[in-house]
Design a protein. Sequence first.
Length: 255
Amino acid sequence: MENLQNLFQQADDLLKKKKTSASLRFPSDLKDKMADAADKSSKLRLITGTLRSLPASFERKYGAVSREAAIVRAMQTRFAGGTEWGAAVTGPTLLPSPLSGDPSADRDTDTSTLFIAVTNGKKAAVQQIACPGDLSDPALLEAMTERAIEQAVLLLIGILSEEPSARSLLTPAARYKKYARSPLVSFAASILPWKGDGIGDALIKTALIAALTVLVVTSGMTVSEQNAIQQNVKDIQKAVEVYTAPPTAEEESGL
């Protein structure tokens, strides 16, 4: 626990120095332990609520525990916390290990595997954590999950510190955003300032909205003015027609 507290504090100090923020999601059964570890953190936020389920099409293609699933979960964590960075740990799953061909050596070769990911919405870094066995022992499962959380925080620290080994893991990840939230929310977030937007993105969206507002208002004023001018022209035309019309017989006899 002490090591985890130190890592959280180190990450929080670095986030303050970089003037940014991050959210971290972890399995709910470690909620109390993680809350104690992050008690003094102000820029590293813990997300404990339920995230949106992964789309069925996504799970069929990538699986619920995979590098891609970790990226989507990290993006959902980032959105939920309204922070620039998001980090997440998937649940463990049994993945078969390569077989040697020797039945005695290949016995019990399945490996419990989980993934961690850190993302800023544009790029993501992913790491795989593996442990021999099926993690049927709750204590072993907790130890592996805690190790994964520590590694996720270390990965975040490495990226923020611009360590080459951590930065080299970053790959384009924007294509996974569509899986992280509903299409309607994704559309709204693409045009409106949204929690988790960087300063640059927020300024661009604000400028775009301001430009569109000016355009709409200006267009409305122009149409109104044109309508008023057209009506004035019609009134003048009627007045001119009356003034220039030939006199009637009654009008001529009265002259």
